[in-house]
Design a protein around this ligand. Structure first.
Ligand SMILES: [Zn+2]
Length: 165
């Protein structure tokens, strides 16, 4: 079966680059979920012109959604190893972060050493968790470098399925 994203990339060539980046995000997220045996809703991808937000996680509906919208200044270099990341890659991992936090994190994540990004609002624990998980999913060592306290917090709660994985 030709998948939805392939059809979309053919129908809307201007989304092809975003879709490429999104696919990397989906692969990274799936590997992370497998490593820690996490059960969260599968991301639904849709297009929306002029969406005010990039996506959302809604707890009551068990819904994780990412909007694909062509943004001129997005390119393949924006998605990885960036602390600020508003690409579909970053949005996907951020929203997945909300879902993981909802199901697997118990007490409040500490503020730790410093803010990580624009959306890591000092008084908003929920956004702190999502932004922290976004970076952790992308690159655990990066988070260890930036905010060791939050890294420790996550390491104490998310356990790999196999030792040494
Ligand atoms: Zn958020």
């Amino acid at each position: 079966m030709t998948d939805y994203l392939s059809i979309l990339a053919m129908a809307q060539p201007e989304l092809a680059e975003d879709i490429k980046i999104l696919r990397k995000g989906l692969a990274v997220l799936n590997a992370f979920k497998a490593k820690y045996n996490l059960k969260i809703p599968t991301a639904q991808v849709t297009t929306m012109e002029n969406a005010a937000i990039g996506g959302y996680y809604q707890r009551s509906r068990e819904e994780l959604k990412v909007y694909l919208k062509h943004v001129e200044n997005l390119n393949a270099d924006t998605y990885q190893m960036q602390v600020e990341d508003n690409s579909v890659y970053g949005i996907l991992l951020h929203e997945a972060g909300h879902a993981i936090a909802d199901k697997y994190l118990d007490k409040e994540m500490p503020f730790g050493e410093k803010r990580l990004s624009e959306h890591d609002y000092p008084d908003d624990v929920s956004e702190r968790e999502a932004e922290t998980l976004r970076i952790f999913i992308d690159n655990e060592e990066k988070l260890r470098e930036l905010n060791p306290s939050r890294y420790e917090y996550l390491k104490n709660r998310l356990k790999p399925v196999k030792e040494g994985v």
